[in-house]
Design a protein around this ligand. Structure first.
Ligand code: HEC
Length: 395
């Protein structure tokens, strides 16, 4: 399997496309229902009808959507009689995690040498790297679960602990994995916390409600309240996880010094924006909060403006340095007469005669079957190899 997927870029591309498609759809379903239900909870009004109140309804909401009116009621704990048909919301979460995990395996674990590891960051073997990557997912869930238990009722302290833990994870991952993998791993850890809450906490709490009703007991409200607490945490994690997954594709961020700090700022902005909406749906709109988020991103963008230097050097010394970089990194896959290489995994560079800017782009970001070298090679090395290839190709 390793061999098949690592060696067959065509198959890998198909798998990657289809599983990404599934992952994005499932995540839209999951995050969409998280947004919806937290919005609903924040908007509930005291029930108008006395009979409803006596029946245990704690809040209700009228909604208009899709050409009709909906009247939704939330019971304080459970209705007197269990209805025959109840809709559950769990496969969105499971499908998101499972497809995400599968992507992690086919993209990063099966080709750990190219994608997960960066020997200039940490010289670890593929199995070690995969083991650490898997272990961190488990560790994230366990740490979060323990913190929730220890810090019952102290949500602000818990939030600070989660931010601290996330910062530590982002920093640590940046010292273990390639820049892109480091961001993805951090997002995957948070995603695992979210899915873990659904699997081990929220869904079991719902079963407890149902079993109690079926046994004719009064359900214990505690598990339901804990489930609600964790689903609110999940709601705050949605935007941070999404930005991690998306921003990991941008080397202008992941390839920077202190990339973990950039990631942390983006995640905090995401949680903050989520908070704005949760307050707004509860009837308190603070536009300045969105302004503050926009200001934070602007400041970040200004701080990170690249310092010019993007012209490709082409002195004889640069070209000579580029030849060395090419010999060490590119000959296995590419044919280039000047380097005496006959690799046939990628295009024959003598035939392609790529411009320096194309080489910089492909080497930095990778493309199709070509792995990215950002992080593995320095910007200077990439420019040198680009100068070399663009000068000698076809000659
Ligand atoms: C693991 C194999 C592999 C390695 C190592 C590799 N490449 Fe590639 N390279 C590819 C493949 C495959 C493609 C074609 C990608 C596609 O278009 O889908 C490619 C494409 C390219 C292209 C773009 C060609 C075009 O016309 O689209 C350039 C330029 C290039 N590689 C340069 C390099 C340089 C320079 C290095 C060394 C730093 C390197 N490659 C290392 C496999 C590799």
């Amino acid at each position: 399997m390793t061999h098949l997927v690592a060696m067959n870029p065509y198959l890998r591309d198909w798998l990657s496309l289809l599983v990404r498609w599934l992952h994005v759809i499932a995540a839209i379903g999951w995050i969409g229902s998280s947004f919806y239900f937290v919005h609903l909870d924040q908007s509930l009004r005291f029930p108008a009808d006395v009979a409803d109140r006596e029946a245990g309804v704690g809040g209700e909401l009228w909604e208009v959507h899709g050409g009709g009116f909906y009247h939704v009621q939330k019971y304080r704990v459970a209705p007197r009689e269990l209805p025959d048909h109840i809709a559950w919301f769990k496969w969105e979460a499971y499908a998101t995690w499972l497809s995400g995990f599968f992507l992690l395996v086919i993209l990063y674990w099966l080709d750990a040498r190219s994608y997960l590891i960066d020997t200039s960051v940490a010289d670890i073997g593929p199995w070690t790297a995969v083991g650490i990557s898997a272990g961190l997912l488990v560790l994230a869930w366990v740490a979060y679960d323990v913190l929730c238990r220890l810090l019952g009722g102290r949500e602000l302290v818990l939030a600070a602990a989660i931010v601290g833990g996330t910062a530590l994870a982002a920093w640590g991952n940046g010292r273990l994995f390639s820049p892109r993998a480091a961001w993805l791993e951090t997002g995957a850890m948070l995603g695992t916390i979210m899915a873990g809450s659904v699997l081990f906490n929220i869904i079991p709490a719902h079963w407890e409600l149902i079993r109690a009703k079926e046994a004719g007991r009064d359900p214990d409200p505690a598990p339901g309240l804990e489930a609600k607490r964790r689903s609110v945490h999940n709601n705050y994690l949605t935007l941070p996880v999404l930005v991690t997954m998306l921003a990991g594709h941008f080397t202008f961020l992941t390839g920077r010094d202190h990339a973990w700090l950039i990631l942390l700022v983006l995640m905090l902005v995401g949680a903050w924006v989520r908070h704005f909406y949760n307050l707004r749906h509860g009837g308190k709109t603070h536009w300045w909060m969105l302004g503050a988020a926009a200001a934070a991103v602007t400041v970040l963008a200004v701080v990170l403006i690249p310092d010019g230097g993007s012209t490709v050097p082409s002195t004889a010394a640069d070209i000579a340095a580029g030849k060395v970089v090419f010999a060490a990194n590119c000959t296995v896959c590419h044919t280039l007469a000047n380097a005496g290489s006959t690799g046939a995994v990628g295009p024959n560079l003598d035939a392609v005669k790529p411009a320096a800017s194309l080489v910089v782009d492909r080497v930095t970001n990778g493309f199709g079957g070509m792995p990215p070298f950002a992080g593995k090679l320095t910007a200077t090395q990439i420019q040198a190899v680009a100068a070399y290839v663009s000068t000698v190709a076809g000659r």
